[in-house]
Design a protein around this ligand. Structure first.
Ligand code: FA5
Length: 346
């Protein structure tokens, strides 16, 4: 039996040394150390021995088992450490390595300019207003003194949303300009008023490099006592000078819009050639910028304001065209074409 124990000891030692993984080592445990394992089997054989030999042999088996278990445990902790190390190696992340450059979006060039426009007018005491893009014929046309016979009411210019006219407000249209917010704000707030209205407008027209069917305008409206066009000139010169960070001059030309009287077109001095004349200003020294004029008494009345007491002026310029001027964008359709290669330039 002693012989058998020695053989078993040698076998277990070899098996422990040969185990390469924790699960292989577990098999060694099952085979030799478990209740049905070979060491337990040898213990069972003690019964065959005489009572004089039994305790000696029992002790020998026990101490062999203790020594083997120590070896087993040593091997077990070695394998555990090795497995943990290889797992760590697999999961290792170099936190000092440069990161992968995630793509960050940025504000659209139109919104950038809109924010600047809002900041400048806010600092001059103007409030920023908003209005619905789906508008009634009344606010888009009638309230602004644009009669049904006016060419702007033509199907050629306007997207009509439905054909069932409301008896007071007419049909629904996609607003063709930001001017309807004039009457809406007058009705809601009365005089005095100092507002700008940046917003999206829609026209049923064939597009080309300078005309889109969806574009942005900024409306301006100032109503108070003793207001004249001199105030408009001062405000616009200040606004454009701050926007372009260069001294800008403006001039008025007569213009016609049914909702202003007198009506005018405002040009500003070409900044590229310092008014000497170049291709951009068509050799005139002036850039056409916006429509404006003194608010028509009819419009003040539609807004519930007494034209005997209050006057005001209004203007409307193309924000999309302003962005094109600022960045020298040659075609208006690039702005909302959704091409990120174009947008990433700004
Ligand atoms: C108007 O829309 C008037 N409501 C402006 C106004 C307001 C006049 C208050 C008087 C008092 P107009 O149709 O000219 O006016 O358009 C104003 C600006 O919008 C133009 O100067 C131009 O810059 C821009 N614009 C007009 N049509 C287009 C278009 N299809 N695409 C891009 N911009 C356009």
């Amino acid at each position: 039996m002693e012989e058998k124990l020695k053989e078993l000891e040698a076998k277990v030692k070899i098996a422990i040394a040969a185990a390469k993984t924790l699960s292989e080592l577990q098999e060694v445990h099952n085979l030799y150390f478990s209740r049905k394992g070979e060491l337990a089997g040898l213990m069972n054989e003690l019964a065959k021995l005489s009572s004089a030999e039994r305790p000696k042999m029992g002790q020998a088996i026990n101490s062999a088992k203790v020594a083997l278990l120590t070896e087993f445990e040593q091997k077990q902790s070695e394998l555990k450490r090795a497995e943990m190390e290889s797992q760590l190696e697999e999961e290792w992340v170099d936190i000092t390595a440069p990161g992968v450059d995630g793509h960050r979006g940025h504000i659209h060039p139109l919104s950038q300019v809109q924010q600047e426009v809002e900041e400048i007018f806010s600092s001059m005491g103007f409030e920023i207003k908003d209005g619905p893009e789906v508008e009634s014929e009344y606010f888009n046309f009638e309230g602004l003194n644009i009669p049904a016979s006016h060419p702007a009411r033509d199907m050629q210019d306007t997207f009509f949303v439905d054909e069932n006219p409301d008896k007071d407000f007419g049909r629904l249209v996609l607003r063709t300009h930001t001017s309807p917010v004039q009457v809406r704000t007058m009705q809601a707030e009365g005089a005095p008023l100092r507002i700008i209205v940046p917003g999206r407008v829609f026209r049923y027209e064939a597009t080309d490099a300078s005309h889109d069917s969806t574009f942005y305008q900024v409306e301006g409206l100032l109503v108070d006592e003793d207001i004249s066009l001199a105030h408009l000139k001062g405000v616009m010169e200040e606004f454009l000078t701050r926007l372009f960070q260069k001294e800008v001059h403006v001039r008025f030309r007569p213009g016609y819009f049914p909702f202003v009287e007198p009506g005018l077109e405002l040009d500003f001095g070409c900044l590229l050639c310092e008014q000497k004349g170049c291709k951009t200003c068509k050799f005139t020294g002036w850039i056409e910028f916006m429509g404006a004029g003194m608010v028509h008494p009819f419009v003040l009345k539609a807004g519930g304001i007494n034209p005997e007491k209050y006057q005001g002026w209004a203007f409307g310029f193309g924000l999309t065209r302003l962005v094109m001027m600022r960045h020298r964008i040659p075609d208006i359709r690039l702005n909302f074409g959704g091409d990120v290669r174009f947008l990433n330039q700004f």
